[in-house]
Design a protein around this ligand. Sequence first.
Ligand SMILES: Nc1ncnc2c1ncn2[C@@H]1O[C@H](COP(=O)(O)OP(=O)(O)O)[C@@H](O)[C@H]1O
Ligand SMILES: [Mg+2]
Length: 308
Amino acid sequence: MTPAISIRQVTKRFGSVQALAGIDLNVQQGEFFGLLGPNGAGKTTLISALAGLVRLDSGHIEILGCDVVADYRNARRQVGVVPQELVFDPFFSVRETLNIQCGYFGIRQSRGRDAWIDEVLENLDLTAKAKANMRSLSGGMKRRVLVAQALVHRPPVIVLDEPTAGVDVELRQTLWQFIRRLNRDGHTIVLTTHYLEEAESLCTRIAMLKAGRVVALDTTANLLQRFSAHALRLRLSQDARLPPALAQRAEIKEGVCSIPFERFDQIEPLLAELRSCGCHLDELEIGKPDLEDVFVRVMRGQQGSALS
Ligand SMILES: Nc1ncnc2c1ncn2[C@@H]1O[C@H](COP(=O)(O)OP(=O)(O)O)[C@@H](O)[C@H]1O
Ligand SMILES: [Mg+2]
């Protein structure tokens, strides 16, 4: 099957900054793919190149087999991009904005087009604002319109660049419900976000970028398994100290000792060991493997090879 997105040997430099330093990546059709990385890692540059807004120094990007440079018009039709920055035209209403966006893709007015726009508005809770001027909308509402704009031409590939940065819980839930549905209907989704719990619950595969390179690429499940673990998290009573054997295995941060374990039947012996040396606890919880843990380890460069 043709990949939804094929990125080959892509480089881009801005002056002295190597924003993309040789990226190779395929996203398969129907995937919910996460593109993660700290600020400045190159995520937006890569997405801009994909949307034809940044000219690469070298390499190729294809969207469903269409080269984003040589076959720009077809490539652009296949993808809807929700940009990171809030951009809007203050002179138009929400519906006018969406109609104009349709015009860019040569989609004439028709019942089908209007029905789809209505559906998008409805799913993003924008119906009541359809006639409102863009200027009058709150930041969160403007962001919803940006999402709607990316979807008007029913692109098979949808790319969202930090769509939930600074938006309220309600929009996040509405948005993810809708995007999940589009993914179930067969759309390929690529998402960048700093909310790692969002990425963990939504994305089936993740690439982590650092300084313009892919430093980790695997299924979310594999990343969690390889770089994170269940851990017993303890806060010891004052004066209490971990027995040396446990102290060796524990990671201590802000007064909380994390002792990793693999199987739940290892918890009892751990607690027995603490009890036997009179170590009193103030707090105890079981930490699950999480993507934040994975992210921190990968970015610190302790990953060995995080590429599968
Ligand atoms: N138009 C530009 N001109 C100069 N430098 C840029 C431009 N766009 C991005 N950069 C630089 O490229 C690097 C990658 O930026 P970006 O792709 O926005 O990262 P991310 O989206 O992962 O935060 C950063 O160092 C950024 O400052
Ligand atoms: Mg960015």
